[in-house]
Design a protein around this ligand. Structure first.
Ligand SMILES: [Fe+2]
Ligand SMILES: [Fe+2]
Length: 144
């Protein structure tokens, strides 16, 4: 079995439980893709795995965007734009992969994806959660 591409640790927690849970699942999926590619799994399997990751990302971004809207997050547009870029970039990769007739593992899609996702969590998501949590604690202190 291939070593996981990415090992989860607490430094990736953003402090919003449901989003942290989803981040973990997303990273697990990317590790699964890494493993399947290393095993030279059938193209149809890889295709399914890619589709699942896409769906998970899309659903996760939608939930995160709801959290931001509820909290009137001031950098919502910028963050949503980043989500859209990630989905577009991933779609491009998937299309390239599906049209490639060579060895699938020669395309480091899972590494690129992992870098994008981890980087997004550590920058945009962390910044967002700090502001959202700050707003929540302010509301608790001053109930309307
Ligand atoms: Fe995000
Ligand atoms: Fe996220």
């Amino acid at each position: 079995m291939a070593d996981p591409l990415f090992k989860w640790d607490e430094s990736f927690l953003i402090g919003i439980e449901e989003l942290d849970h989803e981040h973990k699942l997303l990273i697990n999926d990317i590790n699964r893709l890494h493993e399947e590619l290393a095993r030279h799994e059938e193209k149809s399997e890889i295709e399914m795995c890619l589709g699942e990751i896409y769906k998970r990302m899309e659903a996760h971004f939608a939930l995160e965007e709801r959290v931001m809207l509820v909290h009137e997050y001031q950098h919502f547009d910028e963050h949503k734009h980043e989500h859209n870029d990630l989905l577009d970039g991933f779609t491009e990769y998937m299309v390239r992969y599906l049209n490639d007739t060579g060895d699938p593992s020669s395309i480091p899609i899972e590494e690129t994806l992992e870098r994008w996702v981890v980087n997004h969590i550590l920058t945009h998501d962390k910044k967002m959660s700090l502001m959202v949590k700050e707003k929540d604690s302010f509301k608790k202190k001053r109930p309307e």
